[in-house]
Design a protein around this ligand. Structure first.
Ligand code: 2AM
Ligand code: CA
Ligand code: CA
Ligand code: CA
Length: 264
């Protein structure tokens, strides 16, 4: 797989931080877990990985802005470009030894996503995309699934937990979606949920109350796989609203039709 120079920079940084996460996964008991809020965990693993990503990306592209979950924003001299980084998406899985988590790196130019990389070091799955050039899982070109009937689909969602989200709204969403689909899943890492839709493993995914770093890379990988990504309104920007619905054009539309009225 021949990557562009830009994707190479992102992949090298992701693999470097991925090795750190893999080491840390082997000694979870030493990771000094702390709470940023109720059930909002952060550990040395998140912080180490973010520092490595910040250093590698900044060395390769000096001046680019950087938004990371654990470091907040840093403004650079180059006002056009901004990295949007989640050093460890799926911290709760990670801290439980569940090998379903990822590093997520998105790049915006003048407010438009131009590249994305999502990497799960536990199974070495690497998702890449560049605007106009398609999306890939390792060497394989990605395309969203073609199913058109909700009754044939496997859909993933996010669920609120202690300290985050609207439980009543979530129950209303599940009550509508669950009886209409072939399978409902909750994996716990938003970036990988989006990557799975891009790869056609999942037919759709929705979640509320996310942050830009959960979705930036996923958004461009999905679009380059022929998928549709929006907020719950159907035409809003997930990076602004923090809500996301994705799927192929048919399943995306079906999910919007059901979920949009519930949030009112
Ligand atoms: P994280 O592991 O990087 O925190 C699971 O539903 C998804 O929601 C994960 O991608 C997770 O990202 C994110 N998430 C978990 N807790 C969160 C919180 N308190 N606020 C915002 N996003 C959160
Ligand atoms: Ca977090
Ligand atoms: Ca995240
Ligand atoms: Ca994170």
């Amino acid at each position: 797989m021949l990557h562009s120079a830009l994707i190479n920079v992102m992949v090298k940084a992701a693999r470097h931080a991925g090795r750190s996460l893999k080491r840390d996964l082997g000694e979870i008991e030493n990771l000094q877990v702390s709470l940023k809020g109720p059930a909002n965990f952060v550990s040395l693993a998140d912080k180490r990985a973010e520092e490595m990503l910040h250093d590698d990306l900044t060395k390769a592209r000096p001046g680019y802005g950087f938004i990371g979950e654990e470091g907040g924003s840093r403004i650079g001299d180059d006002k056009a470009h901004t990295w949007i980084v989640d050093p460890l998406d799926g911290t709760t899985n990670f801290l439980h030894g569940i090998p379903h988590f990822a590093i997520s790196i998105g790049l915006q130019r003048e407010g438009t996503l131009i590249a994305g990389v999502i990497y799960n070091p536990a199974n070495d799955e690497l998702y890449t995309a560049e605007r106009g050039k398609g999306a890939f899982l390792n060497d394989q070109r990605l395309r969203v699934a073609g199913r058109r009937k909700l009754s044939d689909t496997v859909i993933a969602c996010g669920l609120p937990h202690i300290g985050r989200g609207d439980f009543e709204l979530s129950r209303a969403e599940l009550a509508e979606i669950q009886p209409r689909v072939a399978g409902l899943r909750r994996f716990g890492a938003a970036s990988l949920d989006m990557a799975f839709v891009a790869a056609g493993r999942l037919d759709g995914y929705w979640e509320r109350n996310l942050q830009a770093w959960d979705m930036a890379a996923g958004q461009i990988i999905l679009r380059e796989s022929g998928g549709i990504v929006s907020g719950i309104e159907g035409d809003d920007d997930p990076l602004k609203t923090g809500n996301v619905i994705c799927g192929n054009e048919f399943i995306h539309a079906e999910l919007v039709k059901i979920l949009k009225p519930l949030g009112k």
